[in-house]
Design a protein around this ligand. Sequence first.
Ligand code: C2E
Ligand code: MG
Ligand code: MG
Ligand code: MG
Length: 277
Amino acid sequence: RAKTAGKNRYEFYTQEMTDQAFERFLMVGALRNAIENQQFVLHYQPQIDLRDNSIIGAEALIRWNDPQMGTIPPSRFIPVAEKTGMIQNIDRWVLNTVCHNIHQWQQQGYRVPRISINISARHFGSNILADEVAAILDHHQCSSELIELEITEGVIMNNPSRAGKELKQLREMGIRLAIDDFGTGYSSLSYLKTLPLDRLKIDQSFISDIPEDKNDQAISRAIIALANSLGLEVIAEGMETEQQRQFLIEEGCLYAQGFLFSKGVPEHSFLSLLKKV
Ligand code: C2E
Ligand code: MG
Ligand code: MG
Ligand code: MG
């Protein structure tokens, strides 16, 4: 009996793995196509100064518009792209597109704020990021001060010494560095004092239940205090309500991004929010 069950299970897993492998195979093809056929677009979500509502930056957020499947959110394809190695191509496309846009916008006379770009764990650990970024900036004549790279805590913990080297190289180029989803990863706080970081982004899961959740209040308050006393900038993600805004101001967090001000919007809508020089 056990043998039969075991055999069934074996077959079941084999079938499931085949399906998964096949799905992954299809997805890799689809992702490659998406880059070639320009099915990706970037949306830009403004980051604001809570004191005067001015736009101090924006985060580039990728969107995939497939003619058949419609809009596919990054939560569905970024993890697959990471597993299959396609993420390097996607990150490179995002870097190129942002730098191209920045240059274009400046040519059109816009006062362009700093743009934040998400860099995946796999790409960051690859040891080629800094050189790649340098080449892309150069190619588009894009100034490094206008670029911020967002990485997660996990990226650093994977290989702290290599991460440190890569961050240092990027920082020397004049690029700003932020920790995304801060507080959600497995990490040690000691890296905060040794690595060349500029900014912590409080994860939206700590913001979304404020003011009801006192624990989230306590955690957010502690992150703000930590950042402020280490001389790091702190920005809250996912600010949706006026009460959250009040809370952040009272606790000394100067910057936020979230639906209360704006979600990520297409390029033309983002440009309409910018001033001309
Ligand atoms: P993230 O970097 O933490 O990005 C913030 C996510 O929160 C975005 O979701 C944004 O639309 C969403 N968000 C912002 N404000 C609010 C709010 O007030 N309420 C709510 N409910 N959500 C808010 P999105 O665009 O779906 O991206 C999800 C994740 O996918 C990102 O999390 C990031 O990890 C990844 N991702 C997005 N674009 C890129 C990209 O170009 N490259 C890479 N490697 N990853 C990306
Ligand atoms: Mg991000
Ligand atoms: Mg985040
Ligand atoms: Mg996230």
